[in-house]
Design a protein around this ligand. Structure first.
Ligand SMILES: NC(=O)c1ccc[n+]([C@@H]2O[C@H](COP(=O)([O-])OP(=O)(O)OC[C@H]3O[C@@H](n4cnc5c(N)ncnc54)[C@H](OP(=O)(O)O)[C@@H]3O)[C@@H](O)[C@H]2O)c1
Length: 316
């Protein structure tokens, strides 16, 4: 049983959301940016009930329904009980069930912070979002459309109907066409894939525009906002992102990498939008916790449409 410190909540977990960072952590892919003392309990997204509060917790009470992306240096959401820093949690609006709430944090926060803080999207702009049918993309398309931005996205025929229903104005079937051969002059790009698609994004945006990735190689400035701020990290990112930054310069574009940061206030904002039916949480599938390995394998296949969630008991 984890013990909450003075500013933490002990949460009885009812549901947990799965994210690619979970299997990347399990595989050790992220050791360069974040090291854990093993053994460690995986999992970042949770929803549940507060069962105990640290003595300095002011904003939550025992019995309240909360959701959170837990602190990345501890994780721990894939368990019956987890501790959450008070400032990272938010109350779940009454209209939202536990499974839906657990699907929101990492993907919703990433989309919100990229569009608001890095891309500064606004009405009348045109935004390219790669990989629109997944967890982050389904939030990003809707949030961009809400801000009055036109959205072009990539999806296979498996995801096309979904991204159109969420508001995408233009859908490129990436199995048949290269986005850079059909799109140009965009005001920004949000990359969820990295690799060649990220390189194409620089050709899609107009000079002076920003390309934000959460899947490519981080650039040096990201080292100060990211996890595990080791002294060598900035240098490593400088080297690793050299060809991306050169590609950005060639097109007159700006390259930014975003490390999402957990935030209770941002989560409250997302909860309000979902409660007001202004934001749909797209759920690919809900599994019982006993089948989390199958759920993770499904996510790892890279084909999820929206979010994959596990529930601790048969909760609605
Ligand atoms: N830096 C951060 O803080 C941060 C935060 C959140 C996420 N991320 C990263 O962002 C990435 C996306 O996360 P996610 O949760 O959205 O992943 P996800 O839910 O697993 O994405 C799956 C979706 O990607 C689509 N897809 C796969 N290959 C594609 C391609 N070549 N072109 C277009 N779509 C493609 C699939 O559609 P089809 O089946 O139609 O192919 C599927 O619907 C991951 O790498 C994750 O680690 C980073």
């Amino acid at each position: 049983m984890p013990a909450p410190s003075s500013r933490q909540l002990l949460v009885g977990v009812r549901a947990a959301g799965l994210n690619p960072v979970d299997f990347k952590t399990r595989r050790g892919d992220l050791r360069v940016v974040q090291r854990y003392r093993l053994p460690v309990v995986l999992g970042n997204d949770l929803s549940g009930e507060v069962v105990a509060c640290g003595d300095q917790v002011r904003r939550f009470r025992v019995g309240e329904r909360v959701f959170a992306c837990v602190a990345r240096d501890t994780m721990g959401a894939f368990a019956q009980f987890a501790v959450v820093d008070e400032e990272l949690a938010a109350v779940i609006p009454a209209s939202i069930d536990f499974a839906t709430a657990a699907a929101i944090p990492v993907a919703g926060l990433t989309a919100l912070q990229a569009l608001r803080d890095e891309l500064h999207v606004s009405k009348g702009q045109r935004l390219f979002i790669s990989g629109g049918a997944g967890g982050v993309g389904t939030f990003a398309i809707q949030l961009a459309r809400r801000l009055g931005t036109q959205v072009a996205t990539t999806a296979s025929p498996r995801g096309e109907a979904l991204v159109r229903q969420l508001g995408a104005d233009l859908v490129i079937d990436y199995t048949r066409e290269r986005p850079a051969s059909v799109l140009s002059g965009f005001d920004g790009a949000f990359d969820l894939l990295g690799g060649d698609t990220l390189k194409q994004a620089f050709a899609i945006v107009r000079p002076g525009a920003t390309v934000v990735s959460v899947a490519g190689m981080p650039e040096p400035d990201a080292a100060s906002n990211g996890p595990g701020r080791g002294p060598g990290l900035q240098a490593l990112f400088w080297i690793g992102s050299f060809s991306l930054r050169r590609c950005a310069r060639r097109h007159g574009a700006r390259y930014r990498y975003l490390f999402m940061h957990p935030s209770g206030p941002d989560l409250s904002e997302l909860g309000r939008l979902v409660d007001a039916n202004a934001l749909e949480v797209v759920i690919d599938s809900v599994h019982s916790f006993e089948h989390i390995a199958d759920a993770m394998a499904k996510l790892e296949s890279g084909r999820a449409k929206g979010k994959i969630v596990v529930t601790m008991t048969d909760v609605p």
